[in-house]
Design a protein around this ligand. Sequence first.
Ligand code: ATP
Ligand code: MG
Length: 533
Amino acid sequence: MIHRTNASVTPAAVAFAVTAAAAPGDLPRTPREPRLAARGHLTPLHHRALGHAWDGWTLALEEHPDGAARAHTGRVSVLLAGELHNRAELARATGLGTGAGTGTGVGTGTGTGPYEGGDAELLAHAYARYGEHVLRMLNGRYALLLCDGPLLLAATDHAGGVPLYLHRTGAAVRLATEAKALLHPGDHTGTPPAGLLPVRGSQEVRQVPAGTAAVLHLETGAARTFTTWTPSPARHLPTPDQAVTRTREALERAVRTRLPAAGTPTAVLSGGIDSSTVAALAAGAGHGLETVSMGTDLGDEFAAARLVADHLGARHPGLRHTEITLTTGELLAELPWAVWAAEVTDPDIIEYLLPLVALYRRLDGPPRRILTGYGADIPLGGMHRHARHLPELDDLVAHDMAHFDGLNEMSPTLAAIAGHWTTHPYWDRDVLDTLLPLEAGLKHRDGIDKWVLRRAAADVLPAETVRRPKLGVHEGSGTTSALDRLFLAHGTAPDRVRQARRQALDALYDTLVAGPAHPDDIPLDDFLKGLPA
Ligand code: ATP
Ligand code: MG
């Protein structure tokens, strides 16, 4: 039977919390409703197959046919939270049809037309052909669980774009897309497999690194990991024109494969070069576009964003632009929500994510597919515009690419707490593989930062936007000064603000992620007053 849900805007699952064991008898009793910050439709999951059994929950933002996020073929079972972006290539290589299809349903999809089956089903077919090495062929944003008899694969995409956590307890393995679903006090009895990232609040729960698959044998307990992607250390020397053409082509494809199967996409737009390019390419695809810009009483980039929205609107009718203004108090009140969603305590990362979480939580209506320009600066060295020499710039880029893992900067939970799905074209696997290896003189050229990107977007944006210097999301929205003022107002000495911020974030994590609280239970002022001075 073929179920097609062509009206879907968001993936068939965006989160899961599942326990797996070799046999139903080894499963602990069915877990209660999982602790997940993502908000949507929970579907219970009870599955038995040869060599493995699963119990748990999947979560979708829209109603999807039961099981659309899963595929079961004989002894192989697949569960995927997120989506694939190279469906057409994968289907073709696996002998399953010729085109991209919509990928939101469950179907057999053989034949000559586009492959219409769900991503999980496509993956099951590709696994039958390629085995575990299929994970090295995927371009997508996902966390996945694949069992082949008693062999369990738990993997994230190249960027860890959907975080995945793992906890081994006795004969069972618990897996979830949010740490909080696994961090039950007093419930930690297993030895973690080697090769995974530590998680604050537990000795036993681990995070699966980006571009890594954990392989566990459910009967013998044997465990190993293998790498599916690493940032390239090589640098390539295309001509400037070649670099610009390749950048444009890779970005156009990444934006196209991220547009919704139906409905209008949303772009969060600052008027900076990163998000303006994404908005321009999305508008050019002809599916309509809604752009949204946020600001606070301490700062906004409304004029820069409006310039882009007007420019695109004049060329692509049907474009709608909205501005959302928050008070400083409203912005700061989002701090518990940002920690709850991101599950990290890094002060810099939370400073970037806070205004975005505040914005996502103010986007109304049914689930949206939100395109963002987030992440462009990492492979292009945009934060290091003052690096004076090319070797320094390249070292900084390599350092940033070696240290993004585990920071959850692009976690879907940031928007899934408000019922929306975000997507990051600059962290498409093929875009990264195009941008990162460019020699530094193509990233910084003629005194211009992100040169190759600016040139690649020059024909679709106003000249002023193409020239506009970088302004970080935390700077443009006034978030940095709002956070400083908050701690000064709580009596923190100016030279201790940074330390106090770190302590407050640790305490919020311990209460909300490792502990049992919900952001609604935390009035920020009272919480900060309760912290040691
Ligand atoms: P640039 O890096 O040149 O400033 P940018 O503003 O697009 O370009 P960032 O500053 O790195 O990129 O911000 C990351 C992303 O967050 C943006 O690409 C955009 O999608 C989103 N964003 C940032 N600021 C805002 C804002 N004020 N309103 C809406 N979205 C924003
Ligand atoms: Mg910016």
